[in-house]
Ligand binder design. Structure first.
Ligand SMILES: C[S@@+](CC[C@H](N)C(=O)[O-])C[C@H]1O[C@@H](n2cnc3c(N)ncnc32)[C@H](O)[C@@H]1O
Length: 289
């Protein structure tokens, strides 16, 4: 394998969101995770200090759009504690921004206190263009599985600077010790390419240098990876691409890398009702300024 194909990031591939959606559709305990997430977010909201009599909305900055449902979930938690909520969304991929916009705006029509503004740019570009007007103005600054695409130290510094002095900064990332983390670490070790393989343990070390209190919430997904063990399955290929964050892992990876990655995946898989299931843990690193 050439160095070029080794380091070819999946993020720049047209199949990036197809691979991401494939991963989401292979999660078998989605309802349970959403329920836990909702409870945990209600608790995070309790750490935001705001004065309901101030008349100003709660301001949230979300870096990297979800499919809209993620944003609605957060908006619901915020609207439960304050009548007015404004969410600013930064997302460089037009198609993802439009998807998020449609779902979130449909919900906003029946929630008069909820407003949005949308920015089809990278976080880096937003920080260059808008930093001065928005710095220190958000009650809550959130990224969910986005930090791995950014320079981690720069991104944490930037998010911290955008939060108010009494604000909260939340980063959700995969943990280094559950299956996807183990795969990412092994891939980095075997190939020397660590691009997009930062995990919550990497971010925690830097967050601890910041002033504030850190709280951690974690959730465990069960992912059906049966297709990964079927060489002719396209879904299996897409899942492996997302796990390794590389384009066409099956075709591009040399035999020894492929074998080692498949071994670690198998070792962390249990058989149940004809499915090969693995566990992936994500955690919210909540920094209360
Ligand atoms: C794995 S997806 C997560 C999407 C969403 N936050 C969620 O959790 O469902 C990563 C997202 O980060 C966005 N992203 C990647 N690089 C970015 C950057 N430089 N600035 C802002 N967002 C970025 C991608 O376009 C994509 O929407």
């Amino acid at each position: 394998m050439t160095m070029q194909s080794l380091s070819k990031s999946i993020y720049h591939n047209v199949n990036y969101f197809k691979a991401y959606d494939t991963l989401i559709s292979h999660i078998t305990n989605k309802d349970e995770v959403v329920q836990l997430w909702t409870e945990q977010w209600k608790t995070i909201m309790k750490n935001i200090s705001f004065n309901p009599n101030e008349g100003n909305p709660i301001r949230m900055l979300k870096i990297g759009a979800g499919d809209g449902n993620h944003e609605i979930g957060m908006a619901k938690c915020l609207l439960a504690v304050h009548p007015d909520v404004h969410i600013k969304i930064i997302e460089p991929k037009e198609v993802q921004l439009q998807l998020c916009k449609k779902t979130a705006m449909d919900f906003a029509t029946s929630s008069p206190g909820l407003t949005f503004d949308w920015h089809n740019v990278t976080f880096e570009k937003y920080m260059t263009d808008q930093r001065e007007t928005d710095v220190g103005s958000f009650h809550i600054v959130v990224s969910c599985h986005v930090l791995c695409y950014l320079n981690l130290v720069w991104a944490i510094d930037s998010m911290y600077s955008m939060a108010r002095t009494d604000g909260v900064v939340v980063n959700t990332m995969v943990t280094g010790d559950s299956t996807f983390g183990l795969v990412g670490k092994l891939f980095t070790k075997l190939t020397g390419c660590g691009k997009h393989h930062q995990h919550s343990d990497d971010a925690l070390g830097y967050l601890e240098t910041k002033t504030g209190k850190i709280k951690r919430n974690s959730r465990e997904f069960t992912v059906d990876v049966t297709d990964c063990f079927n060489d002719s399955s396209e879904e299996g290929s897409l899942l492996l691409d997302f796990m390794t964050q590389r384009t066409d892992f099956r075709r591009n990876a040399p035999g020894n890398v492929k074998k080692s990655i498949m071994n670690v995946l198998r070792e962390n898989t249990i058989e149940k009702e004809g499915m090969a299931l693995t566990r992936v843990r994500e955690e919210d690193l909540v920094l209360i300024k």
